[in-house]
Design a protein around this ligand. Structure first.
Ligand SMILES: [Zn+2]
Length: 274
């Protein structure tokens, strides 16, 4: 009768185990020396392999249990059944875990719904990467936002709401040629060298007035009442006109124009500290 290993290799029965079951016993290569019988790196203790004594044949012979084709088929079917059962159990465990995660995610989203709505309302005005990333963290990753994230999101939204309110009320100030007092807050000033010999500078300064309307001037910053100051944490060399500085000047309205965004800008000149 032809018999097989468990892997299906046909082998001759040449022995039996203690229960009388068929075995195929054969020599195998010594695992220590790989069949060489010795090695150069063992030279200092006498080249020869101590496992096989130099023969290259492993002292433990290979014993292969043998089966009939029918036995193998039966064992295969049983193994398949076990594997299928295991796979079904794993699928069920995955399903339960997924359900748990979905529940957790729904809970985190509902806990933070107000915050998410607030972010969405702000994003409706335009893309803000940071806000989007905080929103994704809650809705996609099902993670609570950190205190720092909540604080930063609120700061951004408050700042943008304030800016939108300012923009909504922005208008031209005064009449052309009118001389009046302005209460100004510095946004930005720039000085540009336009000629080396002689030194000639051009100036451009942008403020908001007390109503949030933009006021610009080409007068010297010093004439507008601005002074160079050392910024917080800076040195004498870092002196600049600090954003947010407040000045009160009497000046003449010379032009009503609009900036790139279409926002009204009022130009003034001949400023005098008021
Ligand atoms: Zn050996």
């Amino acid at each position: 009768m032809i018999l097989y290993s468990r892997k299906g290799e046909p082998l001759v029965q040449n022995s039996s185990d203690e229960k009388g079951k068929p075995l195929h016993i054969c020599d195998r290569v010594c695992w220590r020396c790989g069949g060489a019988g010795g090695a150069e790196q063992w030279r200092h203790t006498g080249w020869t392999c101590y496992r096989c004594g130099g023969s290259g044949v492993d002292p433990v012979r290979e014993r292969t249990k043998l089966y009939t084709a029918e036995q193998n088929a039966k064992l295969d079917a049983a193994a398949e059944k076990r594997a299928a059962k295991k796979a079904a159990a794993r699928a069920e465990a995955d399903r339960i875990e997924q359900e748990r995660r979905d529940r957790e995610r729904a809970e985190i989203i509902s806990d933070n719904q107000g915050f998410i709505d607030r972010i969405d309302a702000e994003l409706a005005h335009g893309e803000i990467e940071f806000l989007q990333s905080v929103r994704d963290r809650i809705t996609d990753q099902a993670k609570e936002p950190t205190d720092t994230q909540v604080q930063k999101v609120n700061e951004i939204i408050e700042r943008n709401e304030k800016e939108r309110a300012r923009l909504a009320g922005a208008q031209h100030v005064g009449e052309i040629k009118e001389r009046r007092v302005f209460e100004l807050t510095l946004i930005h000033t720039q000085t540009r060298l336009i000629s080396e010999y002689p030194h000639i500078y051009s100036y451009w300064t942008l403020f908001t007035d007390e109503n949030g309307c933009k006021i610009a001037s080409k007068s010297k910053p010093s004439a507008l009442g601005l002074r160079l100051e050392v910024p917080e944490g800076g040195t004498w060399d870092d002196r600049c006109y600090i954003k947010g500085s407040k000045v009160r000047v009497k000046a003449t309205v010379v032009e009503h124009t609009t900036d790139k965004r279409g926002e009204p800008v009022t130009y003034i000149n001949r400023p005098k500290a008021a």
